[in-house]
Design a protein around this ligand. Sequence first.
Ligand code: PLP
Length: 393
Amino acid sequence: MVNPRMLQLGTNRSCIRELFEYGMRRAAELGPDKVCDFSLGNPSVPSPAGVGETICRLVRESESRALHGYTPAAGAADARAAVAADLNARYGADVQPGELFFTCGAAPALTAALSALAVEGAECLIFAPFFPEYTVFAEAAGMRPVVVPANTEDFQIRAADAAPLLSARTQAVIVNSPNNPSGVIYSEERLRELAALLEEKEREYGHPIYLIADEPYRELVYDGARVPFIPLLYADTLLCYSWSKSLSLPGERIGYVYVPRRAADGEKVFAAVAGAARAAGHVCAPSLMQHVIANCAALRPDIEAYDRNRRTLYEALCSYGYECVRPQGAFYLLIRSPKGSAQEFSDRAKAKDLLIVPCGDFGCPDYLRLGTCVSYETVLRSLPIFKELIEEA
Ligand code: PLP
């Protein structure tokens, strides 16, 4: 006998993974230059040079046990100190090293945060469009996900849309900005409105409601846009972060949860995050990567290539008549299906070896997502296909 829910999760592949694997098979059959694969959010720019240099230096110069051995479960002291110092320098925050819990990327940061808050009957609000794994993570933690429908006017969050869905069962609200799949950065004004609503509801229900800020794209922003530092706007924030995208290290699995001590029951929540990570089999985040972060916390990615893809695709697709959401950050472009369902449009594109993801699982069923972290050649090759598709539509 196997756990049926786990069997289902392991058998029903996500549509992103399915498209990506299809793309790999087609590329092997036809040649990689015949497939335009926009399915995945795998960074296409190399890690900043300092990352590779640091890895080489650490491997050359460090004693093996210090470099590859277990670290404390919450993380190595120097890595925690380097991240706290970087956040404080950038945001004028007061992050203490002891408030950071290192994880194997943002996904385990989210599962630990959700499990830490999953009391009996708990609900978790999720703003659409959202990273599809949120519902998987919330349910696995024992929380019921409650989706706030997408605001398709400008894809910003609206407190008024969340208000009727909050209840005494609400333990957490997840926000992701810059957003996957829309690329929108939630404005400080909208976040303040949400914070005011949550503060009011905390008073009404007599318990904290935690805002889980999922921010793996925080450094991927364009045109000088600013990403508000949410813990400064709302005290009961748990911030989940990873270097998967910002330092192009998704396979190395390194990130953290920041639980401010000043958050309601902050010390207990931090301990529960540690407990949830422990229960999930976390021993420590990869030690070599923690040492890399201790040395590279202040490095930023070179996003010129993402920006060029973003501008080229946005301008071209708009000129062909597509309705596109203008991305301010991350490396995605959200487009509305010009005709028929998003699944039908994705299938028609697939028949031309153009792979774009229908966004039903993101809570945005009329839209499709392009992962724009691809080569510029792929962008240029895709343009006539996009034109053909809308002209046929
Ligand atoms: N959150 C969002 C919004 C993402 O897009 C992703 C990955 O694509 C994750 C979390 C998971 O990131 P990680 O690879 O660090 O686990």
